[in-house]
Write a protein that binds this ligand. Structure first.
Ligand SMILES: [Zn+2]
Length: 161
């Protein structure tokens, strides 16, 4: 009842389109959920991300969950996560991606999830690492023997974190 009362004054809104969420919807509305621009790179190892890293790092597979477009729905999600502190978005996306990766023959052998660390100054400013919740949720929801390991930041092409 308390939560219902809170929703009356502070309705939960979609983190993509800002419309009010219905009772069963969480984080994003059903319409936006069906419009999420999935890459399906986990099903095709000859993808754009793999090509970016090929020859620069010794990797076997690479993937990305969503396509990013300026002023698109993914940008809104990432902004809500990074700059508005909606950490639940990282967990939500990690849950969904973990399930996809667990069903992929190219990724279901993964043993460890390593979120890219934030620079200490950014971590202090933001108060959290936006990819940490994403990584933890991937590890948990993939139902594989994944674990979180916090490594040193590596330089990779076009890093904006
Ligand atoms: Zn929406």
């Amino acid at each position: 009842m308390f939560h219902d009362l809170l929703d009356l004054f502070y309705p939960k809104i979609c983190n993509c389109c800002s419309r009010e969420l219905s009772g069963k919807e969480k984080i994003i509305c059903t319409t936006c959920l069906h419009k999420l621009p999935l890459t399906d790179f986990h099903l095709n190892n000859e993808n754009a991300v793999k090509k970016v890293f090929s020859g620069r790092l010794d990797i076997e597979n690479a993937a990305a969950f969503l396509y990013f477009r300026k002023k698109g729905m993914v940008q809104e999600l990432i902004h809500n996560l990074k700059y508005r502190g909606h950490r639940e978005i990282g967990q939500y996306l990690g849950n969904r991606y973990g399930e996809l990766l667990a069903g992929s023959s190219q990724f279901n052998f993964i043993e460890t999830v390593i979120p890219v660390p934030l620079h200490p100054k950014k971590l202090k400013f933001r108060g959290f690492n936006q990819v940490e919740g994403f990584g933890k949720a991937i590890a948990k929801n993939s139902k594989l023997s994944m674990k979180i390991s916090f490594g040193k930041k590596i330089n990779h092409p076009k890093s904006n974190s």
